[in-house]
Design a protein around this ligand. Sequence first.
Ligand code: HOC
Length: 388
Amino acid sequence: MPIITCIDDLKALHRARTPRMFYDYAESGSYTEQTFRENTTDFARLKLRQKVAVDMSNRSTASEMVGLPVAMPVGLAPVGLTGMQHADGEILAARAAERFNVPFALSTMSICSIEDVAAHTTAPFMFQLYVMKDQEFLAGIIDRAKAANCSALVLTLDLQILGQRHKDLKNGLTAPPRLTLPVMMDLATKWRWGMGMLRTRRRQFGNIVGHAKGVGDTSSLMSWTAEQFDDRLDWDKIARIRDMWGGKLILKGIMDPEDARIAADFGADAIVVSNHGGRQLDGALSAIRMLPHIVEAVGDRVEIHMDSGIRSGQDVLKALALGAHATWIGRAFIHGLGAMGEAGVTAVLELIRKELDVSMALCGERKVTDVGRHNLLIPQGFETEYGA
Ligand code: HOC
């Protein structure tokens, strides 16, 4: 067993242990993948300001997200098909998050259903919703999230039409995978994954199959999803969903200061500055570069979270320093899950917390809630090259 010291170690194991089509699904962006790449390279351009001879004892990474106490301001973001990265993936990730005391958000496009995750966890988790056209399905899934006592609804606003990911088309992505010769040859080397999948009965999109009219199998589900995302989504529909839900609401996919102002006026509990991990609008600015523009636009009128590009505790620190109240990780925890299941997700959370803690200390900060722009060295033009 290799010694795990960083998330890249888990990424390598994820790649070795998970069928190619699911690893590629996680580790890709849309079209040219320019935005996907810049989400991480722009983090590297920001530098942390080192401080010496300051009291760094009694440090704390504790914070809160939409009023919920958290061990660190890092949530496990909703990721579609998580249960294909590892059998029962959503349940395992939710359990790791619960034990670590950070939020887990279950995707609409998950393999384990809301009810499956609720039955295997005790702490409330968040539920991420895509706005679908089928009103009966929409009302039903909101009711199911309420019945499961979900702690917040994370409404994704940037995927009403799907950005093309070349690898998914080339790999013939399906859940469960269609057993073609190349897939079977790949699976022959991924025996752990296969054993897990044989053991579980959760191999289809659990929130949808059996709940949406006309969805009986994988092929009908694929065409159903393609045509169900509501391409007429507007703020009135978002308001109707808010009223149907009635609980805490997080609006995800905000990449424009004007949209951020509308979301703040709308009364969202939080917004997530996100370009969907570079999986949607290729050519969009990286989320970390858009963050200061959003902070400037809405200040503390709404809680600002960010995702897209975070791969380490240092990245978390940089995002907080640029004004994010909290952050979310997607691929980083998926690498842990694909590598080692629940233990891998826990390892990712421990690595990130340790990296955040050590980096905070070296920046002379004792409390994560005190982190600010004074902890950063920002390259010229980082915030002004693209006026927003
Ligand atoms: C057919 C599945 O967030 C992603 C996910 C959601 C995709 C839904 C479409 O891949 O970015």
